[in-house]
Design a protein around this ligand. Structure first.
Ligand SMILES: [Zn+2]
Length: 105
């Protein structure tokens, strides 16, 4: 099931949050770009926080002119103090996971 975001682009669901040992709220962003081709930590990313969503754009895809390069995640509650990159919460949402080899069952 897909949900259309405010901009009409594909919407990737709600952002995942966690609270660290200091009680600080973190937003967890996907570690891999939406195209599944780059590590955001390595290629760099730009997170644009809107009123109800955050767009996470891959700088490598942007440099190549590939589109759309941004994850669009819904945000909720107060703005997170920090962000971290982790693919785990997003494993089920990656479009490209379906295209990945599955021969090792
Ligand atoms: Zn990319």
């Amino acid at each position: 099931m897909s949900v259309e975001g405010p901009g009409g682009d594909q919407y990737d669901g709600l952002a995942y949050y966690r609270v660290d040992a200091n009680g600080e709220r973190l937003i967890v962003l996907p570690a891999t770009c939406r195209a599944g081709r780059h590590s955001l930590a390595a290629s760099g990313y730009r997170a644009v926080v809107g009123s109800a969503e955050i767009a996470v754009e891959c700088q490598a895809c942007r440099a190549e002119g590939a589109s759309p390069a941004a994850w669009r995640l819904g945000t909720s509650g107060s703005v997170a103090a920090r962000a971290e990159l982790d693919d785990q919460p997003y494993l089920g949402r990656r479009r490209w996971s379906e295209a990945a080899p599955t021969g090792r069952k």
